[in-house]
Write a protein of this length. Sequence first.
Length: 458
Amino acid sequence: MKDKTQSKGSFIKGAALIAAGGFFAKIIGALYRIPLTNLIGGHGIGLYQLVYPVYCLLLTVSATGIPSSIAKLTAERLGKGQSDKPLFKTAMKLFLLIGLVGSVLMAALAPFLASAQGSREVLGGYFTLAPSVLLVSAISVFRGWFQGRNDMFPTALSEVTEQIVKVAFGLLFAYLFRDNVEKAVVFLLLSVSISELFALVLMIALYKRSPASKERGNEGGRVAMKSVLRLSIPVTFSSLLIPLSGLIDSVLAVRLLGGYAADPVALYGLFSGGAVTIINLPVSVCYGIAAASIPAVATAKAKAEEGKNASVKKRLFFSLGITVLVSLPSAVGLYYFAEPAAKIIFRSLSGEELQTLVKLVKIFSLSAFTLSCAQTLSACLTAQGKPQCAAISMAIGITVKTVVYVFLLRDPKFSVFGLAHATNIGYLVAFLLNFVYNLIVSKKRRRKANDNGDRSGE
């Protein structure tokens, strides 16, 4: 009973650490934009935003794909009493290689990307940002290893460190080169690479100080790169689906709204840059629960396969229950306090634009609950070795969303609100499918364990 209480306590502590780290990092990042805009102006921010989405796409892959898969594999090996050293070495070699290729590709494609965007001024920015691909890959392996050991502090600390260093160097460069906007943007993007270098040095120091790095035990055999990739690829694909869906929406939804709206881009901006930003706040907090779920469920799975007393289903429902306790009140709060939330976060909006955003937040508030739950259940599927099921769920959900809004946005009566309704439906479908998949996978594993037990008793 005491072990179970300690396990739940460490789960909640880990989830809270990741959530707090991510939340503070987002707050620091949001506040950073205010002085930055004052120093380099709208044109400078525009140039910065041309290059920065490439980094954001990279961050989506590395922040969820690599750490989630490494955390699952680490927790599983530890649950079986094996050393995680071979896994760590294999993963680091693999993702350093992938990161190096990514950095070289970004640098090689820089002239093409800058030309395609019609802004040769950002060419230097791609070069200064390129090293971050390699650095983030290495950081992500460390984060996954620590998370697999149920130690969430290094991840939270590194996320906050990244933001603080980026802001410090970014504002320094913006001030020094405030009379040369193009040069300021290049150095602003260099500050991102510097921040990742600081975070990597921090991770190396924390790893060396960790008693776990000096542990000796059953090596459990060599780990093939293929086994790491087999898990990482579907996790990465799943994490890419939402940003890729946003890219499709930015073209398709705007064109559909353009059939009758005077300014379809502004309407889409209120949804994607306004409502989505507000709804993502509780979702990002719940990411901590999803991250903590992976080692908890993976360890239970490994112990159950070893014939020890451990319930994957109980861990799964505990993770989901905590997510519901956080996300459901958040969704209700956003519905009833949509107007003050919109006014605080987007102070420049007023009149019809503000009212449109408020209505969008009210409609879209449901997704704060469903997307948070889908996120946790997706992590549980990864922990059970079935990340492809999570990818399928989200792919179906996004397909449903797209089909629904293509139908709704043709009607001026729905306008951009049809996109919010469609996204709600899509995330609800993904949540329900993830829930069903988790139950099926748990049931199959329990039946297999019972069959093995019967055979061993014969």
